[in-house]
Structure formats: C-alpha cells, structure tokens
Design a protein around this ligand. Structure first.
Ligand SMILES: Nc1ncnc2c1ncn2[C@@H]1O[C@H](COP(=O)(O)OP(=O)(O)O)[C@@H](O)[C@H]1O
Ligand SMILES: Cc1ncsc1CCOP(=O)(O)O
Ligand SMILES: [Mg+2]
Length: 268
C-alpha cells in the first residue's frame, strides 16, 4: 500500500487533473488552494446550463452539500448524471447530514445515484446510514470515527461506494479491505473546511487514479493527515495552521508520506 500511495501522489502531480466541485461558500477558497497545492487544478461551477459540458472536461466531480439550496441540488443532479454517463468518479461530502430533514432527504436522493466515494465525519456517516444517530451538531462530529464503522460498512455494501470516516483516526472502508490511518493533528478540526479539503483532495486522487478509488482515498487522506501533522509543528493556532497546511501539501514528497504514514490494514 505504501508504494501505491507514492505512485498515486506522483500521478496527481504529473497529470494535474481538473477537479469540478459543487461545494459550499465557506470552503471554496480553501479547497481550491489545497487542490492547487497538491498539483491538481480546481474549477467551481454550478450553472445548470454548463453542468453537462463541464463534467465532460474534468477528471472527477466533488459534490459537497454544505450550503445546499434548491437550485444547487438540481446542478448536482445534472453533474452527477453526466459523470455516471461518462463513467467518471464522483465524491460525496454529506456535510451536516442529520441536521435537518431537508438535508437528509437530498442525501437520500444523491445516494441513489451511487457515489464512487463518500467522505464524512462520524456523525455524518452515521446519519447517512440512519444508524445510531443520537445527536448532531451541524457540520462537526459528536462521535469518534470508530463508532461509525458499521454505518460505513452498511453504506459500502448498499451503494458500492468506498466510504471514508474521518476523525482522529481516518477509516477507509472498501469492498474487502478496511484501512485505518492514524496521522493528523487535533488542530486540523479547528480550521473550517478541513473535511471538505479532504474530500476535494480525494477528488484529485480519484481523477488521477480512476481504476482504484479505494487506494486513491487512502492516499489523499494519508497526504492530508501528514501535512496536518507537519503543519501543526510550525503553527501557533488555527490561523497559521490554515496556511501552513497548504505549504505542507505543496512541499511533502512521496517518500516522506510513505515513511510517515501510520497505516493499519484489515481484511474483513
Ligand atoms: N483529533 C484529530 N486528530 C488528528 N487528525 C484529525 C483530528 N480531527 C480531525 N482530523 C483530521 O482533519 C481532517 C478533517 O476531518 P474531520 O474533522 O473529521 O472532518 P469534518 O471537518 O468534515 O468534520 C482529516 O484529515 C482528519 O484526519
Ligand atoms: C461551517 C459550514 N457551514 C456550512 S458548510 C461549512 C463548512 C464545513 O466544513 P468542514 O465539514 O470541512 O468542517
Ligand atoms: Mg465536513
């Protein structure tokens, strides 16, 4: 797996894939900068009239419901329809799942379109699977990622998606394999849009490596976690952390990621 992570990082830098995001107002700038820092190319667009043409020219589509509304939901459906027709990977970030009935109903409809990859925090993944949802706190998790493993497995089996639950430990659930990554730093959760950034980077890795969405997800999460770890060492708080992560995403070599990754694999 470590060798595959190295190859995937190099593939993103060599190919510089174009990633289309329909994402929320809060994180547009952060995620565009993170995509550029890893060597990918961002485009954000949501006009109905250009969705089908836009998806034709991109390598992957990121759907993030953070600040959804009725117009944007239609944009999402048009873009996903085209991605599915063309066999391009699309990644769902169920921001705030469980917060309101509207959000949950839209997510139910989006799940039927079978995302290639789903990435959310534990509360969101549990709400998405409608499992053990005790509490929700908007966009932040009230649960540890380990509490959402059953929910992630359920989603994987039901919709065929690779499912990533992020948190102190990132858990990536594929058809036959589950990988746990223990990189990262608590300061990452103090920067808004860190989860959305994870999802955007997964988009870049899935675009460069469409044949292996599981490994693409592991690679993106490993890179971000290690960038967070290194950034935290030179940051004074959330403000400097936000910019230092971008520098680390830009500077980290594939060798450094392979040597620093804390990865545990289970075949279940
Ligand atoms: N306590 C923590 N320790 C280490 N890494 C963390 C921690 N909390 C979040 N992260 C990292 O921050 C990124 C965003 O994850 P998370 O905070 O779960 O997403 P969201 O912003 O959607 O709630 C992931 O790369 C995750 O590994
Ligand atoms: C605060 C907020 N409100 C709507 S979207 C959003 C950003 C959430 O970003 P993340 O899930 O990456 O923390
Ligand atoms: Mg989130």
């Amino acid at each position: 797996m470590k060798e595959s992570i190295r190859e995937q990082i190099l593939a993103v830098r060599q190919q510089s894939p174009l990633v289309h995001s329909i994402t929320n107002y809060v994180v547009m700038n952060n995620t565009a900068n993170a995509l550029l820092a890893v060597g990918a190319s961002p485009i954000m667009a949501h006009a109905h009239s250009e969705m089908a043409d836009m998806v034709k020219i991109v390598g992957a589509l990121v759907i993030n419901i953070g600040t959804l509304d009725e117009y944007w939901v239609k944009s999402m459906e048009l873009a996903i329809g085209q991605a599915n027709t063309l066999g391009k990977p699309w990644i769902l970030d169920p921001v705030g799942a469980g917060a309101t009935p509207y959000r949950d109903e839209i997510l139910r409809q989006l799940l039927e379109l079978k995302p290639t990859i789903i990435r959310g925090n534990a509360s969101e993944i549990m709400a998405l699977a409608r499992r053990n949802v005790a509490t929700t706190k908007g966009v932040d998790s009230t649960e540890e990622s380990t509490a959402a493993v059953d929910a992630a497995r359920y989603l994987q089996q039901q919709f065929g998606s690779v499912v990533c639950v992020s948190g102190a430990v990132d858990i990536i659930v594929g058809k036959d394999t589950t990988i746990l990554l223990s990189n990262g730093h608590p300061l990452m959760a103090k920067v808004t849009g860190m989860g959305c950034t994870a999802t955007a980077l997964i988009g870049a890795f899935a675009a460069a490596n469409p044949a292996d969405p599981f490994c693409a997800t592991v690679s993106a999460m490993a890179l971000l976690g290690i960038a967070g770890e290194k950034a935290a060492k030179v940051s004074n708080g959330p403000g400097s952390m936000q910019v230092n992560i971008l520098d680390q995403l830009y500077q980290l070599t594939d060798e450094a990621v392979a040597s620093m990754v804390k990865l545990e694999e289970s075949h279940v």
